[in-house]
Design a binder for this molecule. Structure first.
Ligand SMILES: NC(=O)c1ccc[n+]([C@@H]2O[C@H](COP(=O)([O-])OP(=O)(O)OC[C@H]3O[C@@H](n4cnc5c(N)ncnc54)[C@H](OP(=O)(O)O)[C@@H]3O)[C@@H](O)[C@H]2O)c1
Ligand SMILES: [Zn+2]
Length: 388
């Protein structure tokens, strides 16, 4: 695998060669050939944020040419994660604009670099939250690329190879990515249903597997949106007894249909204390400030509580006594590695663990984002990339 830095130095070398060649042009026609073989950037259309308003607009931009370790993917569908909204609105810090969100991406490989072995043209491929990293890093070698300090996340990260200077995401017609960061999409799951697995699927699957979930374990899920409904479905399919904590009474029927044993409508945190410390494990996807101690109170002493929701400024407020009396093992988890992303996609395809989705056109993205924030999504919006 070639690093971005290597790519960059090769590009600089090629640029210098080309400039030197242009100087010699009058005397050496062979240099004209060297100039003309510099691959052009790849044209792309997408939807970008230009400020913190949470409103996206159409934008034409360019991707880097396909490098030796890259694949070019023609995007078929990209789905909407609440992280897209948080980041574009600046909830997690100031952003560079224009910025194209989207890290649940599926499509067809259109071109491969000369070192690529994992894919060929025509393969079905997916891209999640990462597009590059440092292969020498221990986390990378362990298949936990998300914990490598050099990892480039799919949008908004400084990326020298990108013509816009930052990585640009999947609300677009195509993407160029290091082959390592693309995964295979099996034929027995639709593109539309595979897309949400690239973030919502892996982010819930990874901590559930880390917990070493066993048949009959009592698992809680808080916040039944894109991530939460996948957590319910995955935990149910692994044989857990699932308890879903929702603030939306009109989701109860769906939650029971997903296989949960019980849906608890949390209109008052007293409901959580009344439920009592019954669960072995809880995964919390709530994306805004909430009462952590109250949600942790439903877990048995020495059980585990994993936070995956990422509120504004990434802040979660702890109450030490509240956590102490629950004596939960608290952790927070970031997506999952590339091998595990392939694993969850295969698992969901094989076991028919499909997200519940709504397909939309590009022009509906802004309305869809409002619905996500207002808890009206049921449960993942998937954008048809043919409409960009
Ligand atoms: N850790 C990671 O690696 C990672 C990866 C992806 C996403 N995330 C984060 O995970 C969070 C969820 O993402 P998502 O795409 O699943 O979002 P989502 O589809 O909007 O689902 C979140 C759900 O949380 C509940 N909720 C929303 N606002 C709430 C509030 N103020 N108080 C209590 N409950 C509330 C709602 O469920 P009910 O209607 O059932 O109450 C909502 O549907 C976001 O913060 C996102 O950035 C983290
Ligand atoms: Zn996401």
């Amino acid at each position: 695998m070639e690093t971005t830095a290597n790519n960059e130095s090769r590009r600089d070398f090629m640029k210098q060669t080309a400039i030197a060649g242009a100087g010699l042009l009058l005397t050496n026609p062979a240099d004209l050939f060297a100039w003309s073989t510099t691959p052009p950037n790849i044209k792309t259309r997408g939807y970008a944020a230009v400020d913190t308003s949470g409103k996206l607009q159409p934008w034409a931009f360019e991707r880097r040419p396909v490098g030796d370790d890259d694949v070019l993917i023609t995007i078929k569908y990209a789905s909407i994660c609440h992280s897209d909204i948080h980041q574009m609105k600046g909830h997690w810090g100031a952003q560079h604009y224009p910025q194209v969100p989207g890290h649940e991406i599926v499509g067809i490989v259109a071109e491969v670099g000369k070192n690529v072995t994992k894919f060929k043209v025509g393969d079905r491929a997916g891209v999640g939250c990462m597009v590059d990293s440092n292969p020498e890093c221990e986390s990378f070698k362990a298949g936990q690329e998300q914990y490598c300090p050099d990892t480039v996340f799919t949008y908004g990260y400084p990326e020298k190879s990108s013509p816009t200077g930052i990585s640009q995401g999947g609300y677009a017609t195509n993407i160029v990515v290091k082959e390592h960061f693309a995964v295979h999409i099996p034929r027995h799951i639709s593109f539309q249903e595979a897309a949400p697995l690239l973030c919502a699927g892996i982010t819930t699957y990874s901590p559930l597997m880390k917990f070493d979930l066993k048949k009959g374990d009592r698992v809680g899920v808080a916040g039944i949106g894109g991530l939460g409904h996948m957590a319910v479905k995955i935990a149910v399919s692994k044989g857990a007894e699932v308890y879903a904590f929702t603030t939306s009474p009109d989701k109860v029927d769906d939650i029971l249909a997903f296989g949960a044993k019980e849906a608890i409508v949390v209109d008052d945190v007293k409901k959580l204390y009344a439920f009592g410390p019954k669960l072995d494990y809880m995964i919390c996807t709530i994306p805004y400030a909430f009462d952590l101690a109250a949600y942790a109170s439903v877990v048995k002493p020495f059980g585990t509580f994993t936070q995956v929701g990422m509120p504004e400024r990434f802040e979660v407020t702890m109450n030490a006594l509240g956590l102490a009396v629950s004596r939960v093992n608290f952790n927070a988890s970031l997506i999952g590695g590339i091998p595990e992303t392939q694993e969850v996609i295969n698992y969901c395809a094989d076991n028919k663990v499909h997200p519940k989705i709504q397909i939309i056109k590009a022009e509906q993205i802004n309305a869809a984002w409002e619905n996500v924030v207002n808890k009206k999504a049921r449960y993942r919006y998937v954008i048809d990339a043919a409409t960009f």
